[in-house]
Design a protein around this ligand. Structure first.
Ligand SMILES: [Zn+2]
Ligand SMILES: [Zn+2]
Length: 215
């Protein structure tokens, strides 16, 4: 499977009881890939990886169970490097406790292998992804901005279409959440596509006009 264009291959796999949008991004030239938020149903995620695809990073927008519940299984199958912002490590280490609060059973998540930082650039094949630290939904919440070609941003549970993430869970902060969105996301280009951690995609300009939490 080789593609002439340099346009990234983007697959969305909806996983788990909370319907987390897991994103698979593949560089068409090198078939090097990243997976964002392998939240559950590891086997379903893995089934979307064609032969020849190698997974470089397992990235997490934050450490709530619905975004990290499938990390152990996907790690075993792909050996991608587990990445998280350090401010969410405490929550990451509490996966079994998080599950119990929501009536689900999880084993401990495998250790984080790389702490990602604000403005850090991550490469897979010829593709570049930038880390934007956007605390508020959780202390270590980040968004990922894909550069080049058709740019897009993966907003986790920070920004949804016409809504924002909740801030009543561990370390959440509602005023910080709104500040993060306004300073780091609403300053981006209006045409930029946004892929939230749950629900449909949107654009920055549409959220500027229609998101009731940002007026
Ligand atoms: Zn969350
Ligand atoms: Zn979520």
């Amino acid at each position: 499977m080789r593609f002439m264009s340099n346009q990234v291959i983007h697959k969305t796999v909806v996983v788990g009881s909370l319907q987390c949008n897991c994103a698979i991004l593949i560089c068409p030239k090198t078939l090097e890939a990243i997976i964002i938020d392998p939240g559950d149903e590891a086997e379903k995620i893995i089934s979307h990886l064609d032969p020849g695809v190698t997974v470089k990073y397992l990235l997490h927008t934050h450490a709530h169970f619905d975004h990290i519940g499938g990390t152990a299984g996907v790690k075993l199958a792909t050996h991608g490097m587990i990445c998280l912002h350090q401010a969410d490590e405490m929550i990451y280490k509490q996966l079994p406790m998080q599950g119990r609060m929501f009536g689900m059973e999880f084993k401990d998540a495998p250790p984080v292998e790389k702490f990602i930082e604000d403005n850090e650039e991550l490469y897979f094949g010829e593709q570049k992804l930038e880390v934007l630290h956007t605390p508020g939904h959780s202390p270590g919440s980040v968004c990922f901005r894909l550069h080049g070609g058709e740019e897009r941003v993966f907003s986790g549970d920070t920004l949804f279409r016409q809504s924002v993430g909740r801030s009543d869970l561990w370390g959440g902060d509602s005023s910080l959440l709104i500040r993060s969105i306004k300073s780091r996301l609403m300053t981006l280009d209006d045409e930029l596509r946004v892929y939230p951690g749950h629900g449909p995609a949107t654009r920055i300009g549409e959220e500027k006009r229609k998101n009731p939490f940002l007026s």
